[in-house]
Design a protein around this ligand. Structure first.
Ligand SMILES: Cc1cc2nc3c(=O)[nH]c(=O)nc-3n(C[C@H](O)[C@H](O)[C@H](O)COP(=O)(O)O)c2cc1C
Length: 404
């Protein structure tokens, strides 16, 4: 009974006095904190835990739907979606149709709750069609990074879909706000991703381990910029692992968290069983960051990329097929035609194939060797959980039961 009253009190206070109340409880009561709801663009988009988009093919409808159903915000990754859905359905599809289909599947399994999509700017060949399909599907949010989504609101103005850029600094947010002002749009929220994240990192290699670039240091100036421009929610990502981490960043003024690695290691994620086992087996020194030219071979996206060094494609260094072209850059005629890892490109030996190795990590390129990207905390994962179990853990439920 006592617990119910405490919970009820915390829910009411969360909506009114969130940051202050959390600060007051910080030293003693992290473990029983009721996490607040995430309100973006006037809509409740679930609890304050967002499952980060994970390409290629790791966060598809089963994961995104399950996370939203359990009270978070599930995110489908659009990377390679056309290939995956076409292979799964046994017929060739265009990007628009494949994205619509996967989002409908995610919504079907989310218990009526909103789902979101992650669209990487680096995927220039499919970016615009993916945005149009997502807005037509009335997805809750488009979360877009791996580059600055400067033209996002210009592709199609959404009615109910929130547009949420991913940034790594207050400066990047200012640039986006300025550019979006010309399109009469203000970000509905922003994800600040720090250098401990999985996937590509929006930092220079030397900044990744620099104590001036921790998420804790990056957050206050980003909150300052958001405050000056209508106080939209700031969501933090990168290295957040436990309930206590979530409480810490909420206390600092964040409105929510985005987490990748914890959701990678769930039954519902579409990573292969071998990938998930590699995460469970990983030790701290198995996790490395690669980037051109400092530590190669590296990602052809040109950004630092965090991987397990024992990933089969990285440790065995076999030349993969090159027939996908997800990360093409513009060639001399302005058309997306060049991948830095393509055989024949200058320095191609300094880059690894991303498309087929990541497809292999989700089981969609069986003849290729996989590449495993993880966050810096992957070594702490010791078992694969269901999304329901993970969400309970992250929301402090187990702590609540044990402190009863
Ligand atoms: C396997 C994996 C794939 C990822 N793929 C993408 C992606 O396609 N697009 C993107 O913006 N972020 C991607 N990320 C980053 C996550 O969305 C998330 O922001 C990040 O992992 C948070 O850090 P954490 O793993 O420490 O929780 C990926 C992360 C992982 C672990």
């Amino acid at each position: 009974m006592k617990l119910i009253i405490i919970d009820y009190f915390l829910v009411i206070c969360n909506d009114i006095l969130k940051p202050k109340r959390i600060e007051q409880n910080r030293s003693s009561k992290y473990s029983i904190m009721k996490l607040p709801k995430l309100v973006i663009k006037g809509f409740h988009l679930g609890g304050c835990i967002i499952q980060g988009g994970m390409g290629v093919g790791v966060s598809l409808a089963p994961l995104a739907g399950a996370v939203s159903k359990e009270g978070g915000l599930g995110v489908v990754s659009s990377a390679g979606l056309r290939t995956i859905v076409s292979l799964r359905e046994g017929r060739n599809m265009n990007t628009y149709t494949a994205v619509r289909m996967e989002l409908e599947r995610a919504k079907d399994s989310s218990g009526g709750r909103p789902v979101a999509i992650n669209i990487m700017c680096a995927l220039i060949g499919t970016y615009n069609d993916t945005v149009r399909a997502s807005i037509d599907a009335e997805v809750g949010a488009i979360i877009s990074g791996a580059g600055l989504p400067l033209g996002l609101p210009g592709i199609m103005q959404p009615r109910n879909t929130a547009l949420v850029p991913i940034i790594s600094s207050a400066r990047a947010l200012e640039i986006i706000i300025k550019r979006w002002e010309r399109l009469s749009y203000r970000p509905d929220a922003v994800v600040l991703e720090g250098p401990l994240a999985g996937g590509h990192l929006g930092f220079k290699m030397k900044e990744v381990d620099d104590s001036d670039f921790t998420l804790e240091k990056l957050l206050p100036p980003v909150l300052g910029v958001a405050h000056q421009h209508g106080d939209f929610p700031v969501i933090v990502a990168g290295g957040i692992y436990a309930h206590e981490d979530i409480c810490k960043f909420l206390a600092m003024g964040a409105s929510g968290v985005q987490m990748g690695t914890r959701f990678l290691a769930t039954h519902e994620s579409s990573a292969t069983a071998e990938y998930k086992q590699a995460v469970v087996d990983a030790r701290e020194d198995d996790i490395i960051v690669v980037a051109y030219p400092d530590k190669t071979p590296a990602s052809p996206c040109g950004l630092p990329f965090r991987i397990l060094k024992g990933s089969p494609s990285y440790s065995k260094k076999r030349q993969p097929r090159c027939d996908r072209g997800y990360v093409l850059q513009r060639g001399p005629e302005g058309k997306p035609s060049v991948c830095q890892a393509m055989p024949g490109s200058a320095n191609s030996d300094k880059f690894f194939c991303l498309c087929n190795t990541l497809l292999a990590s989700a089981g969609w390129a069986p003849t290729e060797l996989p590449l495993y990207t993880v966050g810096s905390n992957a070594y702490r994962v010791d078992k694969i959980l269901s999304v329901a179990e993970l969400m309970k853990e992250l929301c402090g439920e187990y702590a609540r039961i044990s402190s009863e």
